[in-house]
Design a protein around this ligand. Structure first.
Ligand code: SF4
Length: 467
């Protein structure tokens, strides 16, 4: 029997019709996550053709991208300020009601960022194929699922057929040996990986993250790593399920229970790459050498250590354009660079452990004068847990804004924006030009690094606070 990789096992289980040189494969989709931005046209297509949603039991909707994070606009009876956002929220409500789709709506206590609520509800499970009209669907691969983002047209296909046309990606093993040093996080790890492999290093591939440093990560940390696979160009990222995965999932609302749970674990245990499985590409990373990281450019591959400097790349016009946008010079040191905004949030780093890491730095300290710090939990459940644990009070006492859940300043569709020319240290995943607002300058980093910058008002190595 041919040794198979984790990806190949999940792929093979879901092929309805294999691909040929002329046609892609037809792939069955186990879970379709829907949100307000990429679904309106897809529902319109169903309506125009008189089609129902094919599998309501495999479709789950929430609203996150354009939802306000201001409490008054959600629970206080105030209207949603931004008309475009209000329209998208209303349209998803109408569409889900008309087609019978399960919607975690604006005031639902289970609402949150689509890639956070899937795992939180236990709907994300090993071996599933999961799609959503958002690139960072790769997050769910942390559970050993094959999960990837799709376009609006494809959202319509999946709603109508529960299937998708796909060419089989190639495989890429990222082996991470050793252990991360104290004060170095999963965000630093994935930024370092992208720094090494490049923003196109994973193009056409599904990454499997593996090795002792990956096995040692919590589920929250594995989600952070898989979340950013797309930033390294990959179609998806995966981690083989193990005891850590099962401990996270057990007892969650959508997870199997009783005898079904036992049977599921037996099956999930087979979802690991066989010894001798061949990958199309492989890299080795030593976790022990990684330091707190920060981006300096306009893609996540333009990254260095917080203690490092902007590199020099003479003759590289794209690089020069990125530095001009960022207002940085080759050779300039990143540490001590002033920041005006701090954003702790997004599907990369707004889980409870991320908020704990930020609170550890901010406890008993104040946000520096002139700095705006925004803390946006990834879901309403995380918000409640953070409030119960006293983390919210730490942020409030420090002078940060404590918000309702949503994508918020990750992309600013709800009006949470960074002003032109301002530097924002952000725990999100994209530092593209204009991502956080026209002319906004994004520096991607971990929650601890963002919190340290909030206290100092400058890019700071978080290990200074973690003695
Ligand atoms: S937080 Fe950002 S990356 Fe994540 S789903 Fe929302 S917009 Fe997409």
């Amino acid at each position: 029997m041919t040794a198979k990789s984790l990806f190949e096992k999940v792929w093979d289980r879901h092929v309805v019709v294999p691909e040929t040189p002329d046609t892609p494969a037809i792939l069955y989709i186990d879970l379709h996550l829907v949100h307000e931005v990429t679904s309106p046209q897809a529902f319109d297509v169903l309506r125009a053709r008189g089609l129902p949603v094919r599998r309501l039991d495999r479709t789950l909707a929430t609203m996150d991208h354009s939802t306000p994070t201001d409490r008054a606009q959600i629970f206080g009876g105030a209207p949603i300020k931004l008309e475009s956002a209000a329209k998208q929220v209303r349209q998803l409500e109408v569409n889900c009601a008309e087609f019978g789709v399960n919607l975690l709506g604006l005031r639902d206590e289970r609402r949150g960022i689509v890639h956070i609520i899937g795992p939180e509800q236990g709907a994300t499970q090993p071996g599933k194929t999961i799609v959503c009209g958002d690139s960072h669907t790769s997050t769910h691969g942390a559970f050993g699922a094959l999960a990837f983002g799709i376009g609006t047209t494809e959202v319509g296909y999946v709603l109508a057929t529960q299937c998708l046309l796909q060419r089989k990606p190639r495989t890429f093993a990222v082996d991470v040996r050793g252990r991360l040093p104290a004060g170095v996080t999963a965000k630093d790890l994935v930024l370092a990986i992208i720094g090494q492999t490049g923003v196109n290093g994973g193009t056409g591939h599904v990454i499997e993250y593996r090795g002792p440093a990956i096995e040692a990560l919590s589920m929250d940390e594995r989600m952070t790593v898989c979340n950013m696979s797309i930033e390294g160009g990959a179609r998806a990222g995966m981690v083989a399920p193990d005891a850590t995965t099962y401990a996270y999932l057990k007892g969650r609302p959508c997870a199997p229970a009783g005898a079904d749970w036992d049977a599921a674990v037996v099956d999930w245990d087979t979802l690991r790459s066989d010894p001798g499985a061949v990958f199309d590409k492989q890299v080795h990373i030593d976790a022990a050498t990684i330091e707190p990281m920060i981006t300096f450019g306009t893609n996540p591959g333009m990254v260095t250590t917080i203690g490092g400097a902007v590199p020099e790349r003479p003759g590289d016009a794209v690089f020069a354009k990125a530095l001009a946008y960022m207002g940085l010079q080759p050779g300039e040191r990143m540490a001590e660079k002033p920041v005006q905004v701090v954003f702790i949030g997004s599907c990369t780093n707004a889980r409870l452990s991320d908020l704990e890491a930020a609170a550890k730095v901010l406890r008993g300290r104040k946000v520096a004068s002139g700095v705006r710090a925004l803390v946006v939990p990834g879901s309403q459940q995380i918000k409640r847990e953070a409030e119960q644990l006293g983390l919210a009070q730490v942020f409030i006492d420090a002078g940060a804004e404590w918000r309702e859940s949503g994508c918020s300043m990750c992309l600013g569709m709800n009006g949470d924006l960074v002003d032109a020319g301002q530097y924002c240290i952000s725990t999100s995943n994209r530092n593209f030009e204009g991502r956080q607002g026209i002319g906004a300058r994004t520096l991607l980093a971990s929650p601890a690094s963002a919190a340290a910058a909030a206290v100092r008002g400058r890019v700071t190595d978080p290990r200074e606070f973690l003695g």
